[in-house]
Design a protein around this ligand. Structure first.
Ligand SMILES: *Cc1c(COP(=O)(O)O)cnc(C)c1O
Length: 367
């Protein structure tokens, strides 16, 4: 897409590498790292993130096969785990040498059938087990049937066995989380005993690495941590912000007392007010919940609250006390604290603020 939009999401490559190194020093030297780049690299640009970290990680993960295809078409050669493949995508997965997570018998059987028809030899697959998230994954009771089927086939090779924690960030759920880890270890032992070889095992996401690093096994899956959030104030303070969202002032208006700004006349000037119009709106991922002074931007180092309702393509902010001109730079956010504040005001988490940033916003990598 030819994108010359003035609203730009700057991806800070140094910050990404800093965050990766921060987590690396929490791990054993032999522990592998899988970088999660689903959902456009948490709202940034998956291909750019992959290029930034590819020499420092062992694996990538995406949610859907088309996200993996995008990486392959951009020349990424690192192994790519597809976390949530669908039956109709299995052929594409093979065509692009992506590695499927097989999470139930429906998709496992379909893939084994495809692997037999091709035929494939030792094609890398991954098995996911449900240990309490109750989202995707085989149950521990499925192990005997999985082993029976795998023993019949040399078309596939189990590259890894994994599970996902339900509440790794929550200290109140420590008992549950340790239970998940123990159940996972039990499943792995059962498989190791009968399979005849030892696939890699992994269960930790970012906050798992922070809170349960003893369970790092062979690999960890880093998502939000790469993008600057540790799910904990202290950890986040050691990470660097990776997503910097910038725009410019398109127009400045002087609003007289009694006049209003924006749709539904939601802002009413009680005194003479200088407003600035910024080319970013709810279609770009700026929630309407941030309107009416719930959110703010930074202009020339000062905070300018959003006044009135957030429009689809624009916001208006109060710059009465700020010395600024049309064309000046606007920082929509450039720090985790600002993103956390927005998330708080939107009753959500930073993950959603980042992944909501629409594709209309231009992406630029700061190297
Ligand atoms: C998204 C995802 C991750 C990454 O989680 P973070 O909390 O962002 O580190 C890891 N594993 C699975 C299965 C996921 O879906």
């Amino acid at each position: 897409m030819n994108n010359n939009h003035v609203t730009v999401l700057e991806i800070d490559s140094h910050a990404v590498l800093h965050n990766l190194a921060y987590f690396k020093q929490k791990l054993q030297p032999k522990t592998k790292i899988l970088a999660v780049v689903k959902a456009f690299g948490y709202g940034s640009d998956a291909t750019e993130i992959a290029k930034i970290v590819q020499d420092h990680v062992d694996y990538f993960a995406v949610a859907y096969s088309n996200e993996g295809i995008t990486l392959r078409e951009a020349g990424i050669t690192t192994p790519i785990l597809v976390l949530h493949p669908q039956l109709q995508n299995l052929k594409d997965i093979v065509a692009y040498r992506l590695e499927p997570n097989l999470y139930n018998f429906k998709i496992f059987d379909a893939f084994l059938k495809l692997a037999d028809e091709k035929p494939l030899m030792n094609y890398p697959i991954h098995l996911k087990f449900n240990t309490g998230l109750n989202r995707l994954g085989f149950w521990h009771t499925d192990v005997p049937n999985i082993i029976t089927e795998l023993k019949k086939s040399n078309n596939v090779k189990v590259e890894s066995i994994f599970s996902h924690l339900a509440a790794s960030e929550d200290a109140n759920e420590q008992e549950f989380t340790i239970g998940q880890i123990n159940n996972f270890a039990f499943i792995v032992r059962k498989i190791y005993k009968h399979l005849g070889y030892k696939p890699m095992i992994h269960i930790l996401n970012t906050s798992g690495v922070i809170n349960y690093s003893k369970a790092q096994f062979d690999m960890v899956r880093l998502g939000i941590g790469l993008y600057g959030f540790g799910n904990d104030k202290k950890e986040t303070s050691k990470l660097k912000n990776t997503h910097n969202l910038k725009s410019i002032i398109s127009q400045i208006n002087i609003i007289k007392p009694g006049e209003t700004v924006g749709y539904n006349r939601a802002f009413v000037a009680s005194k003479t007010t200088k407003s600035a119009t910024i080319p970013i709106g709810h279609a770009d991922g700026i929630s309407r919940k941030l309107g009416n002074k719930n959110g703010f931007v930074l202009i020339n180092g000062q905070s300018a609250p959003i006044i009135g309702n957030v429009c689809m393509d624009m916001i208006m902010v109060d710059v009465t006390k700020i010395n600024c001109n049309e064309g000046d730079e606007v920082i929509v956010f450039n720090h985790q604290k600002h993103i956390e504040y927005m998330a708080h005001k939107c009753e959500t988490i930073p993950y959603e603020i980042l992944t909501a940033l629409s594709q209309r916003i231009k992406r630029l990598v700061k190297r």
